[in-house]
Design a protein around this ligand. Structure first.
Ligand code: SF4
Length: 52
């Protein structure tokens, strides 16, 4: 499965997850913050996630 070597990802539930190894298959993703201001890693997420 072709993947983007620049985007590692372990979210196997996502439609765009590379099942062979832990990468994303998209050319580009949008990283988003949950609230007004991000203060820790938990405040950010992948905005391109789509349930597989
Ligand atoms: S779209 Fe986001 S959550 Fe889905 S595989 Fe790519 S990086 Fe992971």
């Amino acid at each position: 499965m072709n993947h983007n070597s620049s985007i590692g990802c372990v979210v196997a539930e996502c439609e765009f997850h590379c099942k062979d190894d832990d990468y994303c298959t998209l050319d580009k993703i949008q990283v988003v913050r949950h609230g007004h201001k991000a203060v820790s890693v938990e405040c950010t997420d992948c905005g391109s996630f789509k349930k597989g």
